[in-house]
Design a binder for this molecule. Structure first.
Ligand SMILES: Nc1ncnc2c1ncn2[C@@H]1O[C@H](COP(=O)(O)OP(=O)(O)O)[C@@H](O)[C@H]1O
Ligand SMILES: O=C(O)C1=C[C@@H](OP(=O)(O)O)[C@@H](O)[C@H](O)C1
Ligand SMILES: [Mg+2]
Length: 167
């Protein structure tokens, strides 16, 4: 399979690593959040602010269902994509799905540094509770799980490429 889909928590590195892996392999890079930004002509946070997280999840599903199986590509998803069974079934039919499993203490500072964006299903329990709830879904849909804990981006990309056997 010459298509990889990266899933995982916000801040796990799907966007940054997807871009690096795609460049290294000479594959197309598709980030579903960027697709949504392009479609709406505004930053993701502005889209989420405008439509709310529930509608955002529907838009995310629609975006994923619009992806085709043409050409080699790395697809970086938004962390909430696993809430859509239809989106995940489609991704499984066109790509190898890789869960980037990163310990929660590494996610906090990255999310704090990144541009603000609404997180679907974020409740009072914060990131910890979200991680617990989503963990099962990330496992359910993953063809492969890559544990990342402290590697820099280049080393993490190398690990993913080698573990997934793509070149
Ligand atoms: N392994 C890593 N080492 C260092 N920085 C990382 C690593 N993974 C992600 N980051 C940084 O964390 C931030 C969030 O990463 P991003 O790729 O946007 O995650 P996601 O798309 O999963 O939400 C970015 O600034 C990114 O460069
Ligand atoms: O996990 C989430 O609920 C979300 C993650 C974001 O993408 P990243 O996972 O790339 O940060 C973005 O799709 C949106 O803000 C919702
Ligand atoms: Mg991202």
């Amino acid at each position: 399979m010459n298509r990889l889909t990266l899933i995982g928590m916000p801040g796990s590195g799907k966007s940054a690593l997807g871009r690096i892996i795609a460049t290294r392999l000479g594959w197309q890079f598709i980030d579903t959040d960027l697709c949504i930004e392009r479609r709406f002509g505004k930053k993701l946070q502005a889209v989420v602010d405008q439509v709310g997280t529930e509608e955002f999840a529907r838009i995310e599903e629609e975006t994923v269902l619009g992806l085709t199986s043409e050409g080699a590509a790395v697809i970086s998803t938004g962390g909430s994509v696993v809430y859509s069974e239809a989106a995940m079934r489609h991704l499984a039919s066109i790509s190898t799905i890789v869960f980037l499993d990163v310990p929660i203490h590494r996610l906090h500072p990255r999310i704090a540094r990144a541009a603000p964006r609404g997180i679907v299903g974020m409740g009072e329990g914060g990131l910890e509770e979200l991680y617990r709830r989503r963990f099962e879904l990330y496992h359910k849909y993953a063809h492969s799980i890559v544990l990342l804990d402290g590697e820099n981006l280049q080393d993490a990309a190398t690990r993913i490429i080698s573990q997934c056997g793509v070149s």
